[in-house]
Design a protein. Structure first.
Length: 184
């Protein structure tokens, strides 16, 4: 897997995937999520709750959404969100690999951090499948299903946060290295 990543850290390829990923993300943030939230009465969607949620919150949210909102979630937001985790995992894996390569760290154990967005994407898929199951079983939602889906949501958020902290540190180190190379 590491060799596959190393073969694909071409700057142009990484940039193209990064742009495509963020186009999909912007579509979700500006179109599909607001569409679903227009039915929510101001309640956040579980995808957007990094600290998690419980069964009562989901029950209340699904009640607030009503049938139209639940259908918008199931047939508008979630189909787009089934594309995003794959794009996120691959492109952000390659973004970090790109900077680690520029820092000369592709043979370092730090390179394993490139797997963070892939695992975050996996947990995003598991979260999505849980949300689909909850929407399809409404109003008879299982507390256990909600708890398991919540774990996936929190793990997705945790890994994503750790990833971005690592990426910011690598980017800062990259900029510092570039600055000092030009100063010499």
């Amino acid at each position: 897997m590491k060799e596959l990543i190393k073969r694909n850290i071409n700057g142009r390829k990484v940039l193209l995937l990064f742009i495509l990923t963020n186009i999909v993300y912007v579509i979700m943030l500006t179109i599909t999520i607001p569409k679903v939230m227009s039915y929510s009465g101001g309640m956040n969607l579980p995808d957007m709750m990094p600290a998690g949620y419980d069964a009562e919150y989901i029950r209340s949210l699904f009640n607030s959404l009503g049938e139209k909102g639940r259908n918008a979630y199931l047939f508008i937001q979630l189909p787009v969100d089934m594309i995003y985790p794959l794009l996120f995992g691959i492109s952000y894996c390659l973004v970090l690999a790109y900077f680690l390569n520029k820092l000369g760290k592709t043979e370092s154990p730090l390179f394993n951090l490139c797997f963070l967005p892939l695992f975050a994407g996996l947990f995003d898929y598991l979260e999505n499948f849980g949300i689909i199951a909850m929407l399809n079983s409404y109003p008879g939602n299982s507390v256990i299903l909600t708890q398991v889906t919540n774990v996936f949501s929190v793990l997705k958020s945790l890994l994503t946060t750790i990833y971005f902290v690592v990426l910011i540190i690598c980017f800062i180190l990259f900029v510092i290295r570039k600055f000092f190379q030009k100063s010499k």
